[in-house]
Design a binder for this molecule. Structure first.
Ligand code: GAP
Length: 480
């Protein structure tokens, strides 16, 4: 546990030092569970989005895109069940005035204290699971008391009773307007528009990337549980009789997609069926990932049947149906719902390495998949004289139209290499005295640290071949 938290602190600090993630509003003391993406963070995030978007919309001829608004009619949230049922459990410590999710307090306590006693751990977690299933809030409180769990801030056991807490953010001064807690409802409310404008036939999917907001209780897990985050969701509309077929299909399809990201395989654990179903789902499964703080959900695959469209029909009094073969029916829906920030954290945490070099020095390197790297190649002059910077800048200007490159001459070559390693740049190109004579540069690979000479004319082709999305999309097109 100690080792993990040490690595996690290092990861958070690395993300800040190298311009990936900053705490929001830091100059005013920060804001819990809200983060900003820095210059390299936004590039990495955009590359992840592009990869997901193209995998969904370009590789499936029956999946199309949408970008719906964050603010929607308040009846949408009544119809979707979020006004009445989208709540979490909450407990307050009366001394520190801090709020916690009781089940997380228990889980974290058990992970820490019963680390070497798996039997006790299992017994306690199974009691928690039973109480959650029976919605027995009194027993969960009794469990907290029996385990003598203290508030980490006040160190006291002075807890309130456990109660429900709605997770939606309500906008003040506007009657019943909410920030959306999932992007999916924009898809359901546009269902008829999409069918009519695009002549879609069952089965088909609608994909969307966008911000969602949840009034999460502060969890100290960096990007894992945020109050403002992004989701990449896809709703797949099907014949009701084909529910199981498509549910199984999307579970397998999504797991394969994650495995192709080529993070360390063992870190993608497995599909775990939901013990506790959300109010909208009739079956659900999570893809869980080994984050630095343990196995946790990264993506959910849910069968929502006709829950949403049926309720929107009732509330809107509009028909949300498919008319096919002289029949009309409300289609069922299989949803795939991936958290962009969680995926960012998964990719970042499994790519960040401390490597011991032959000279016994430590190198910090971010071994991102090349197609996701924020910068594809960096160009340096060996020295800042004899015309080398001019040649390097000329190459940079020619190639930056096609690829995300940087030009740097601020430090010695060794330090420039280390900086690009820490950012995850796959290739470094150096202009030296031989460039003047032979029109060649050295190209250094981030992972092997080996260098070779290539002709200037080859640079763009090599960067495209090695770092473009084409290779991975082609591979995916055969397997998903
Ligand atoms: N539309 C279904 C839905 O929203 P969910 O399981 O509540 O289902 C789906 O969320 C995904 O969104 C999760 O697997 C996770 O990756 C991401 N997510 C949910 N809450 C989050 C939060 N507070 N911070 C970051 N990501 C979150």
């Amino acid at each position: 546990m100690k080792k993990c938290s040490h690595f996690f602190d290092f990861l958070i600090s690395h993300a800040k030092t190298y311009g990936f993630i900053f705490p929001s509003s830091e100059i005013y003391g920060g804001l819990n569970a809200i983060y900003d993406y820095g210059p390299h963070g936004v590039e990495l995030k955009n590359n992840i989005k592009e990869f997901w978007w193209k995998s969904m919309t370009q590789l499936h001829d029956n999946i199309i895109g949408l970008d719906s608004s964050i603010l929607m009619h308040s009846d949408i949230w009544r119809a979707s069940g979020h006004v009445n049922k989208f709540s979490e459990l909450l407990i307050d410590n009366k001394d520190s005035k801090k709020r916690y999710r009781p089940e997380i307090l228990i889980q974290e306590y058990v992970e820490d204290k019963f680390f070497n006693d798996p039997k006790k751990k299992e017994k306690t977690l199974s009691r928690l699971s039973q109480s959650l299933k029976k919605k027995d809030l009194v027993d969960i409180k009794v469990l907290i008391d029996e385990l003598c769990i203290c508030d980490p801030i006040s160190k006291t056991k002075n807890w309130t009773n456990i109660r429900h807490f709605n997770m939606m953010f309500k906008i003040q001064n506007e009657k019943d307007l909410y920030l959306r807690p999932e992007t999916a409802q924009g898809i359901f409310s546009n269902f008829q528009n999409i069918i009519k404008s695009n002549r879609m036939k069952i089965p088909f999917g609608i994909a969307q990337i966008g911000k969602s907001f949840r009034n999460e209780i502060f969890s100290r897990k960096f990007l894992f549980r945020m109050r403002e985050f992004e989701q990449m969701e896809m709703q797949f509309f099907i014949l009701p009789a084909e529910e199981i077929k498509w549910y199984e299909y999307w579970k397998k399809n999504r797991l394969k997609w994650h495995l192709e990201l080529n993070l360390e395989y063992k870190k993608y654990y497995k599909l775990c069926d939901h013990d506790h179903l959300s109010h909208y789902e009739s079956a659900g499964s999570d893809i869980v990932f080994h984050f630095p703080f343990g196995f946790q959900e990264i993506e959910g695959i849910h069968s929502r049947r006709d829950f949403d469209l049926k309720n929107h029909e009732f509330f809107s009094k509009k028909k949300l149906r498919i008319f096919e073969l002289k029949k009309n029916y409300i289609p069922y829906v299989i949803e795939t719902s991936l958290g962009l920030d969680r995926l960012f954290l998964a990719i970042f945490s499994s790519s960040l390495k401390k490597e011991k070099l032959e000279n016994r020095k430590i190198r910090i390197v971010l071994k991102l998949p090349y197609y996701l790297s924020p910068i594809k190649a960096a160009i340096f002059p060996l020295v800042r004289k004899d015309g080398l910077p001019e040649i390097a800048k000329r190459i940079f200007n020619d190639i930056r139209i096609h690829h995300r490159l940087v030009y740097d001459e601020k430090e010695s070559i060794g330090k420039l290499y280390r900086r690009q390693d820490a950012i995850g740049t796959p290739f470094c190109l150096t202009v030296d005295y031989d460039t003047i004579k032979t029109d060649t540069v050295t190209i250094r690979n981030r992972d092997s640290m080996k260098q070779k000479r290539i002709h200037i004319k080859e640079i763009s082709k090599i960067i495209e071949r090695e770092t473009g999305l084409r290779k991975i999309l082609k591979k995916l097109s055969y397997i998903i």
